[in-house]
Design a protein around this ligand. Sequence first.
Ligand code: DGL
Length: 280
Amino acid sequence: MRLPLSTSPGPIGVFDSGYGGLTILSKVRELLPQYDYLYLGDNARSPYGSRSFEVVYEFTLQAVEKLFEMGCHLVILACNTASAKALRTIQMNNLPRLDENRRVLGVIRPTVETIGTLTHSRHVGVLATAGTIKSESYPLEIKKLYPDVEVSGKACPMWVPLVENGEADAAGADYFVEKYITELIRQDDSIDTMILGCTHYPLLLPKIRTYMPDNIQIVSQGELVANSLKDYLHRHPEMDVKCTKQGSCRYLTTEAADKFAESASYFLNEQINVERISLE
Ligand code: DGL
């Protein structure tokens, strides 16, 4: 990595394996429109959901380094799989060497923090990618804060491809939406709170609501992450002054720019300009 990094204030970096982080970014921008954002989607190498720890860590670190080089002092990993498999190692091993004053935050902690106040039965379900479920990040983090809460998880490997292929509203999606929800409830029928632990899942919400029993509340991450970021910037004025505030948003992808722009409009409901970059 090229050092030293610029000390000038810069945009807030938002990283995802692909498009999914746009669901987080749009909620963050709704709540904090005054900041500048630099979104990076590693579309050429997504999905991350079924990749190994080593590979997700390596790819995520490359993205964080790139966003630091491009002037970000604060980077949000808006990807559950990257947050589950890479965040802790980057925070503990890489940040001290890269720049101890820069920060990388994830999406799991802000989600988990609210769980104890939402569940009454103390039984929580997590729907996420195979990688996130296998990492056990949600049960481990929930147990740290709320030891009395039981957590059951279910990998939903077909949900991201359905969204990525524009099939989220199609009749064919119903089968897989119902299947994973039913299988998880069969594991634990006391669940009263369901975490959608993947950035793509808000696009399946109409169908998820159809098949989720009425007594189960659905926890979607965008607003939780946005509120948590607002709180973080308030508690850390030394970081807030390093974040520029012109209300802009720049989009980067490792795949073809026009492809990203077309699919991103589906996530964002707006036309955007996109630049292609390389992380290798
Ligand atoms: N963004 C990922 C997540 O939230 C889903 C897509 C992927 O598998 O790369 O886990």
